[in-house]
Design a protein around this ligand. Structure first.
Ligand SMILES: Cc1ncc(COP(=O)(O)O)c(C=O)c1O
Length: 424
């Protein structure tokens, strides 16, 4: 007879029908969600495998809609591939980090920083996971916008912290509600996340709003985490202001990368820069260095795309300027959505998205995920429901404005026809 070991299922361990002890995920994943690639996107992939063509308006992935990374960035990876075989230092290749120092030296008012204040990551995503993992103990809170780019909420939960959402106000062009932000600060709050230009709303915040956010951080000794991955995707006369320029007296971490403005999401090349005083944060910064070291370094060939990409401003400006492809698509999505009975949307001033509102007096929707699933199955269009961005009512969804004009117009027309007959 075998002896009882730790591995032997006990009566309290849940087992499946074959008597095998269930392998379950960690409890800290219970509150982690990322609907952009969630179950509805999995259903789209299943339909695709069966041969159905799906129009995927769920991820901000420029390449699948025919955008190409700057030629110089591609060339730089090719030219350096032979010398990029080893690990780099944990924060990244020094010359690459120097190119990032030079980039911000051109941003008026951006506080000076050193190559040691730059960390490279496998996309901004990895750095978001790193800054939250390094900061949060159980019970610590992070102020995250609502709606949000959901990785910020997911990473906060994964790190053992709690995301507390501050409201962005659709009636005020999706600007953060500063009163709400202030009211959400508690003695457990550690940081404020700012996503500007914003995903999913396309809002670009004014100086006054940003100064208001910085004031709340200053009054409460909070770390500022500023996700600026869309800082060069701006429409009409929108101007982007980096939070760090308004907060030289506060530790601020600014995030950016090649995925959006440089159209190279697949390279997984991102960076973060630390500005402001650091003497009070030595332990935290050492923690970040420790975490950067534990993943050894970010992908080295992709690091070499960064300096070359940073020298090519023009590609993205051509796309967002008058007659530029991204601007025209922004207009088509904005006008098309507003022309559908029971839908409305605020004009995005930056980024690659439209966050559309469903008037529930016209369309009686009570489950926005089901709406997305039904739209996918019937019209073969994949969008993401507003609750996937931690919005607190089932009355929004996000449209990615990357597809060419014809595809975008057709998708919006089909969406309108679908909604005209749809009932839940
Ligand atoms: C606001 C925001 N931050 C970060 C990311 C992730 O970027 P990366 O591709 O650099 O990981 C995205 C991607 O959509 C984003 O929208």
């Amino acid at each position: 007879m075998g002896t009882m070991t730790d591995a032997t299922p006990t009566s309290s361990d849940p087992t499946n029908g074959n008597g095998r002890r269930l392998i379950r995920h960690a409890r800290r994943l219970d509150n982690v969600a990322y609907e952009i690639r969630g179950p509805i996107s999995a259903e789209a992939e299943r339909l695709e495998r069966q041969g159905t063509e799906i129009l995927k308006l769920n991820t901000g992935n420029p390449e699948i809609f025919g955008f190409r990374a700057p030629e110089a960035a591609v060339r730089s990876i090719i030219d350096n591939i032979g010398t990029a075989q080893g690990y780099s230092t944990a924060k990244g290749v020094p010359e690459v980090r120097e190119s990032i120092v030079r980039r911000y030296a051109e941003v008026p008012g951006f506080p000076e920083f050193d190559v040691e204040d730059v960390f490279l990551g496998n996309g901004v995503s990895e750095l978001i996971l790193m800054v939250t993992a390094g900061l949060l103990s159980p019970g610590d809170e992070v102020l995250v916008p609502m709606p949000d780019y959901p990785l910020w909420t997911a990473a906060t939960s994964l790190a053992g912290g709690t995301a507390v959402h501050y409201r962005c106000d659709e009636d005020a062009d999706w600007n953060p509600d500063l009163e709400d932000l202030r009211s959400k600060v508690s003695d457990r709050t550690r940081a404020i996340v700012v996503v500007n230009p914003n995903n999913p709303t396309g809002a670009v915040y004014s100086r006054e709003i940003l100064e208001g956010i910085v004031r709340v951080a200053r009054e409460n000794d909070l770390l500022l985490l500023s996700d600026e991955i869309y800082d060069r995707i701006l429409y009409d006369d929108a101007e982007h202001i980096s939070v760090a320029t308004l907060a030289p007296d506060l530790l601020t971490i600014t995030f950016n990368g090649l995925s959006k403005a440089y159209l190279a999401a697949g390279y997984r090349a991102g960076w973060m820069v630390l500005t402001g005083p650091k003497d009070h944060a030595t332990e935290y910064i050492q923690g970040l260095e420790l975490l950067a070291g534990t993943r050894l370094c970010s992908n080295v060939p992709a690091q070499y795309a960064i300096p070359a990409a940073l020298e090519t401003h023009q590609d993205i400006f051509d796309l967002t300027a008058h007659r530029g492809r991204l601007l025209e698509q922004r207009d088509i999505a904005y006008e098309g959505i507003n022309s559908i009975d029971g839908l409305s949307t605020v004009k995005p001033m930056g980024a690659l998205y439209n966050f559309a509102r469903i008037d529930r007096n016209v369309h009686d929707i009570h489950d926005d995920a089901k709406l997305m699933l039904d739209l996918l199955r019937q019209e073969h269009i994949l969008l993401v429901q507003g609750t996937g961005f931690n919005w607190d009512a089932p009355d929004h969804f996000r449209v990615v404005t990357l597809p060419p004009k014809d595809q975008l117009s057709e998708a919006i027309e089909r969406l309108g026809n679908f909604l005209a007959h749809y009932r839940q």
